[in-house]
Design a protein around this ligand. Structure first.
Ligand SMILES: Cc1cc2nc3c(=O)[nH]c(=O)nc-3n(C[C@H](O)[C@H](O)[C@H](O)COP(=O)(O)OP(=O)(O)OC[C@H]3O[C@@H](n4cnc5c(N)ncnc54)[C@H](O)[C@@H]3O)c2cc1C
Length: 511
């Protein structure tokens, strides 16, 4: 993790970094004199902590926010923001290489300017950091403390020698990359999301260990920058949580990009030889070796609970799940709540935000909001993107809910054809015999944008029949959703009308 001295070094060089640091860790910052007692003390100023601090302070609560490193936490500094910025440029390079497909002629020899790519990433991060700045927080009355927090009792925390007493506290300390236990890996050195965005030049050859969202997004991005990329995934397909057809499409897309895909494969040993990292791989009984310049791991995230002295506050926890919470986000200490990556299974920014709001309402305003009531969408920002909300078919079956599925391939959608973005599908699951939407998976270039319509429908209790009545601007890729709704509606027509509904558009086209 970047320390103060590194920060100062970065500051000297780059205006964008100077702006970011000025927002998220001002060098001349002095911690305020603590108030006698706070309504809410929040530990950790990532998405969860920032949302909670602003929500509570703007509702009149006296709030302290403690951050040991950088305001904005993972998402702004080393997560969603830099990864999405890098992915955008990598897509552009991929499109340039495929320019012929769009009838555009550009020189075959495209030079990747990686330094410029990273400069853009830093610029994006600096702009977005304005919203997370210390100034914005103090402007709404939040007392911001920099330093490492630890509990000293059931109603007090220590930061940099100062004691902060609280009526309620919120643990929002997030998570960090899991280090896979592969002999030799630590000695050889490896990249994670904590240092990959500091690269100034790309490796020539890269091994990505882990086929979850982070590993998949980064493998594709680096490959598109011309890096020879190998990805190993110990399971038979990528993105273990997603439906198999979606994950298969991703494997195919990786192969088209030129990524060397090794499924059912584990990295078992790393050694350094002649400046190269030699990695031993095992796939069932087959042993092989790859030689690379860099290794990037994306093998899950572990909750940050070390050093919080949770025992002093009587807060139950374990290293896997992190802080234990109930459905109201209460810990075993009735004064203390937790939200975001430190306690939740779904380590997502949208969930961090939503859980922060729940925790504030329940802690300060006698709310009874439940985590389980949330409808949480997510998206993996590969190309194509893979987005999901609600129940998968297998989950519905496990709960004995009969499911009917309506699938529209993107190659049946005019806009996807016009855009040459025909890979993927929209699949909507409803409870059999009804139009109640249980869940949906979208695999498409802009699946992350498209999933919001289904999320809204689920939250608002809008059925698939109603979606069939929604006029979608033509031509848009979101029309795939309307087509799925139309497919549902057709199944509800009597047999004769069904035949007519299928034949009518064909007859019209022939006229
Ligand atoms: C590469 C990557 C890409 C991602 N992309 C996406 C995406 O596209 N979409 C999405 O929804 N999610 C994405 N995520 C996940 C998302 O970033 C996290 O879910 C979200 O940032 C969690 O927020 P948080 O506030 O709970 O934790 P964090 O953002 O990790 O914040 C916790 C903060 O607590 C501080 N802290 C820890 N211990 C202490 C202590 N003792 N005292 C004081 N401060 C402390 C830390 O320094 C940190 O700033 C991505 C994650 C990664 C790693």
């Amino acid at each position: 993790m970047q320390q103060r001295s590194d920060i100062a070094e970065t500051l000297a060089g780059d205006p964008a970094e100077r702006e970011r640091m000025d927002n998220v860790r001002p060098l001349d910052w002095r911690n305020p004199q603590p108030a006698q007692r706070y309504d809410l003390v929040i530990v950790g100023a990532g998405t969860t902590g920032l949302v909670a601090a602003r929500t509570a302070a703007t509702q009149g609560a006296k709030v302290a926010l403690i951050e040991r490193h950088l305001l904005g936490g993972t998402c702004l500094n080393i997560g969603c923001v830099p990864s999405k910025a890098i992915i955008r440029t990598s897509r552009l390079y991929a499109e340039m290489r495929n320019a012929d497909q769009y009838g555009a002629r550009i020189p075959a020899d495209i030079r990747v300017d990686f330094a410029a790519v990273m400069q853009r990433v830093r610029g994006v991060r600096a702009r977005i950091s304005r919203a997370d700045s210390a100034r914005r927080l103090t402007a709404v009355g939040v007392d911001v403390f920099f330093g490492r927090a630890s509990f000293t009792g059931t109603d007090a925390l220590n930061v940099e020698g100062a004691t902060l007493r609280f009526k309620k506290a919120l643990i929002a300390t997030g998570a960090r990359p899991n280090t896979p236990s592969i002999p030799g890996l630590v000695e050889a050195g490896y990249l994670t999301n904590e240092n990959a965005f500091d690269l100034t030049e790309p490796p020539h050859r890269l091994l990505v260990i882990g086929g979850g969202p982070l590993g998949c997004e980064m493998a594709q991005a680096f490959c598109r920058f011309g890096v020879q990329t190998v990805i190993v995934q110990k399971r038979p397909l990528f993105l273990a949580r997603e439906e198999r057809d979606a994950a298969q499409i991703l494997s195919d897309a990786f192969a088209r990009d030129g990524i060397e895909v090794r499924l059912n494969t584990r990295a078992v040993n790393v050694r350094v030889q002649g400046g190269q990292k030699i990695v031993d791989l095992v796939s069932d009984d087959y042993h092989s070796t790859v030689s690379v310049d860099a290794i990037l791991t994306g093998t899950g995230r572990v909750p940050n609970i070390d050093g919080l002295n949770l025992e002093a506050a009587g807060i139950h926890h374990d290293s896997g799940r992190g802080v234990h919470v109930d459905d109201f986000l209460r810990t075993s200490n009735r004064r203390v709540y937790a939200a975001g990556d430190v306690c939740l299974r779904y380590k997502l920014n949208d969930t961090a935000d939503a859980s922060a709001r729940i925790a504030v309402q329940n802690a300060l305003f006698a709310g009874r909001q439940r985590l389980s009531a949330l409808t949480i969408p997510w998206c993996t920002y590969t190309d194509p993107e893979i987005a999901h909300v609600g129940l998968y078919v297998r989950q519905a079956r496990e709960r004995n809910i009969p499911v009917e599925t309506f699938t529209i391939p993107m190659h049946d959608v005019d806009r996807a054809i016009a855009d040459d973005e025909e890979v993927g599908f929209v699949k909507i699951n409803v409870k059999e015999g009804t139009d109640r939407i249980l869940g949906a998976t979208i695999v498409a270039r802009h699946a992350g944008e498209m999933i919001s319509e289904i999320t809204l429908a689920i939250v608002a209790g809008v059925g698939l029949r109603k979606l069939a009545q929604v006029i979608h601007a033509y031509p848009t890729q979101a029309e795939a959703i309307k087509k799925a709704a139309d497919a549902y509606t057709r199944t509800r027509l009597p047999a004769r009308a069904q035949r007519l509904a299928t034949a009518w558009p064909r007859w019209l086209r022939r006229r």
